[in-house]
Design a protein around this ligand. Structure first.
Ligand SMILES: [Zn+2]
Ligand SMILES: [Zn+2]
Length: 322
């Protein structure tokens, strides 16, 4: 029996799925569709609003008010590094803890538009402490949080010592603005590459299997990774050591990468604010569910180019059609 919903439906076992295929950004479709691309760029829930713009704002707020001065960062000292770690710890708990609280502890939306009918697993020996949430929270806080902070500290220390290429709005306004659009695309390319790499036999078995212990993910699954995967995943920001940018770009990028997985692993198709707050990522959920499809993000269609794309409609094939 199918229960119709505004965007999708539940199957007989209670799994909710969108009623439309999981699509890529029109930016890379051929022939070019200018109107569709413009809509994707500018409409609510598109490329700019609300998510990327929120990270642009958060990056600016961080640089202006919550970042140690460059003068004190010339030497690697516990004071300013500890401050950055504490700030990121708070951000982690606001975003990951906040979404978990709303959707999984208080269950404010019940099962509405939830991909998987059950909530998190307890008493399962594959998880640390035999509990999925404890396992995910532990790995996020003990491994991924310090690694996220490590990359930020390295950048800030290098910037304080004049070791990173910089650009200001006055020097090159076109490049300065363009970078905010390019960074999420670079993130998609980097993520696809390292993700394909860690699906290689030995790395899958010993490293990436940690993240894949969660076929039914929740917010805390986002950064629940083996430390090597966390290091590689977060290394996307190393590009700022080579490409001229500003601290604002850097923190936009770093927070995008570190905070984004909370919503990306939500397990729901954004029922907040009557469906207008678009969070959740069915595309990546399908990767967790089936493992051999949808390695990238749904901006650049790399999975389509390399024959690993599944749009979520119909039966899943072990070898998805190109
Ligand atoms: Zn994932
Ligand atoms: Zn994977």
């Amino acid at each position: 029996m199918k229960v119709s919903q505004e965007f999708g439906s539940y199957d007989a076992k209670g799994h909710w799925h969108p009623g439309y295929p999981s699509e890529f950004a029109p930016l890379f479709q051929w022939p070019i569709r200018p109107l569709k691309t413009l809509k994707w760029l500018l409409q609510w829930g598109g490329y700019l609003y609300p998510s990327n713009l929120m990270y642009v704002a958060l990056g600016l707020i961080t640089v202006l008010w919550f970042q140690p001065s460059l003068a004190e960062a010339k030497n690697l000292e516990f004071g300013w590094i500890g401050y950055m770690l504490l700030r990121n710890f708070i951000l982690l708990w606001v975003f990951y803890g906040g979404l978990h609280l709303i959707f999984y502890t208080l269950k404010l939306f019940g099962n509405k538009q939830k991909y998987h009918p059950s909530f998190h697993q307890e008493k399962n020996k594959k998880f640390l402490f035999h509990n999925q949430v404890y396992d995910n929270v532990f790995r996020s806080n003990v491994f991924s949080l310090p690694l996220w902070t490590f990359w930020e500290v390295m950048y800030w220390w290098a910037a304080a010592n004049g070791l990173v290429p910089t650009v200001t709005f006055e020097q090159n306004p076109v490049w300065f603005v363009s970078l905010f659009f390019l960074i999420p695309l670079w993130r998609a390319v980097h993520f696809y590459c390292i993700h394909r790499l860690i699906h290689w036999g030995p790395l899958m078995r010993h490293v990436h299997s940690v993240h894949h212990k969660n076929p039914n993910p929740g917010p805390w699954t986002g950064l629940s990774m083996h430390p090597l995967e966390g290091f590689l995943y977060l290394s996307v920001v190393a590009i700022h050591f080579f490409v001229p940018s500003s601290p604002w770009h850097f923190f936009f990028h770093s927070q995008h990468v570190a905070i984004g997985p909370a919503a990306g692993h939500l397990g729901f198709e954004g029922p907040m604010l009557k469906g207008t707050m678009i969070i959740g990522d069915y595309y990546h959920y399908l990767h967790h569910k089936f493992v051999s499809c949808n390695f990238g993000l749904n901006t650049i269609p790399m999975d389509k180019w390399w024959g690993r794309y599944f749009d979520g409609i119909g039966e899943y094939r072990t070898k998805p059609k190109p």
